[in-house]
Write a protein that binds this ligand. Structure first.
Ligand code: TA6
Length: 304
């Protein structure tokens, strides 16, 4: 099936995914970035800043930026790597995944240019499958080493979720875990609270987390469930009021309507030998009000 690429009002190319129950998603070739995921009632589930700039080489503030080959800012590589501000292509040979033959799946690929090889001299293929299902959005990132030497990288799906009021949000599934606190010189601490709530800036990397995290939006009576594989860590970020004002492509008050929960591989870099491929997976789904706090029961979450 040929993939229908359309042009955004900003001039950037995108693919619109749809599925029979009526939900939809939009994926930009720029950054390989999902910028919209709407449920069957047309409600937007991802946060995209009103001040987001759709102007390469600026990364787009919102949706699901892909952080590769690093999360954070180390060495000479730009913050969160370069995958989020390169133009990807539609991948016509996603093997060993089967070819997608419907309107709800798209495969994208990013290969380094000669310029990229100057800043990160490794030959790779970064692939992303985005698959929309009834009530869920699945992302499958893969990295293949096409070089003659091993290389390592860190990775994150920097997911911006839309919430109605951050002060009414609880994140469950990370309690008792160790985390690096980006606001305190990356100091290692242990989470003491029975859930993460927000009344100030939070920027933490939780280590070796369970595969399921629940993000409960009390005001909206909606719970997001994030399930992940191949991405052992999880970043939780909200810039709160002061940091928001310092981010040019982010509204002063927008921190109230978003939270970033990022499936990530940060503590231990992923190492690939030549010809090896790494694969991750993130599944986002929503459950309505019947979700009770403290109830990370997969059957109830799926059928609730
Ligand atoms: O993942 C959290 C984080 O690394 C924060 O430290 C924060 O500043 C944020 O990502 C946004 O980064 P960006 O480069 O997109 O402005």
């Amino acid at each position: 099936m040929t993939v229908n690429v359309v042009r955004d009002s900003s001039g950037l190319e995108k693919i619109i995914l749809t599925e029979p129950r009526g939900s939809s998603a939009q994926v930009l070739l720029y950054g390989g970035q999902v910028i919209s995921w709407k449920n069957e009632h047309g409600e937007e589930l991802l946060f995209l800043s009103n001040k987001a700039l759709f102007k390469p080489p600026k990364a787009i503030r919102g949706g699901i930026p892909i952080c590769f080959p690093q999360l954070g800012s180390f060495g000479s590589l730009e913050q969160h790597g370069f995958a989020r501000n390169r133009t990807w292509a539609v991948d016509s040979s996603p093997s060993p995944l089967p070819l997608a033959n419907n309107k709800s799946t798209v495969d994208l690929i990013l290969k380094p240019t000669d310029e990229d090889m100057k800043i990160w001299p490794r030959s790779f293929e970064l692939r992303l499958r985005v698959c929309l299902g009834p009530g869920k959005l699945v992302l499958i990132p893969r990295v293949r080493n096409t070089d003659t030497k091993p290389f390592s990288f860190t990775f994150a799906l920097h997911t911006y979720l839309s919430v109605s009021d951050i002060s009414e949000v609880r994140v469950e599934g990370l309690e008792t875990l160790d985390y690096f606190d980006n606001l305190n010189e990356k100091k290692r601490s242990t989470e003491q609270a029975d859930a993460i709530t927000f009344d100030d800036e939070v920027d933490r990397v939780y280590l070796s987390t369970p595969t399921k995290i629940a993000i409960i939006d009390h005001e909206k009576k909606r719970t997001y469930e994030l399930r992940k594989e191949g991405l052992p860590d999880a970043v939780v970020w909200n810039p709160w009021d002061k940091k928001s004002k310092a981010i040019p492509d982010f509204g002063d008050e927008e921190y109230k309507q978003m939270v970033c929960i990022e499936a990530a591989a940060v503590e231990h870099a992923i190492v690939l030998k030549p010809c090896e491929e790494w694969k991750g997976r993130q599944e986002l789904s929503t459950v309505s009000s019947s979700y009770f706090s403290g109830q990370l029961d997969p059957l109830r979450v799926l059928h609730g």
